[in-house]
Design a protein. Sequence first.
Length: 253
Amino acid sequence: MLLKGRNAIVYGGGGSVGGAVARAFGREGARVFLAGRTMATLERVAGQIRAAGGAAETAEVDALDERSVDEHAAHVVTEAGSVDVSLNVIADRDVQGTPMIDMSPDDYLSPVVTAVRSKFLTSRAAARHMVRQRSGVIMAFGGTGDHGSARRYSLGGLQVAFDAVEAMRRQLAAELGPYGIRVVTLRTGGLPETIPADFDQREAIERDIVGQTLTGRAASLEDVGNVAVFAASDWGRTMTGAAINITCGAVLD
């Protein structure tokens, strides 16, 4: 098991991406602490991890609230002894499909403010404990690149949010590297499985996502979970300050 003995916090662990990564972490031996605002979805994922033989705990945590994040991270350390992996995949509260010139400032800035504040708070909380441990992995999800769909479909402020998170990733990696802490982001070209079934442009967006790849297929949630395990494990110990490209060739580095 690649993560045996590790303690991992997954913010947004009840969502599609968070749940996929949390299940993969649990499968590989990590004790998973699922944090989010909706206990029902967190418990559903925790139940799946436990049913597969893994260990999972849940907590109601608002990743935008400083006290909530700090107290939960401290609880994990008290309960488990360490925070070894921290992954933030909460929803970015983005508004898509509306041209920029028709958007309100609040709608455009919503994902930027949400992403930057939540990633700052959760990364800081984990890093303060990891510095004392002199080890740990901080992970985010998103990434930048020349996405063709952004030219045909308005992503609102979401891509700006991703750009900001990448800047944070580089800064954190530089500051925390001397303490043995790694910082990476997982970059996909879009995940068709996460598009709501009742979204009126679902099929068109899925075609765009797949059409931009070099492999004729997009990354799946299972792919994201498996890559996250690799990045969080000692097999990925040489990787920091990096965006891991799992776009199936939609973005060429």
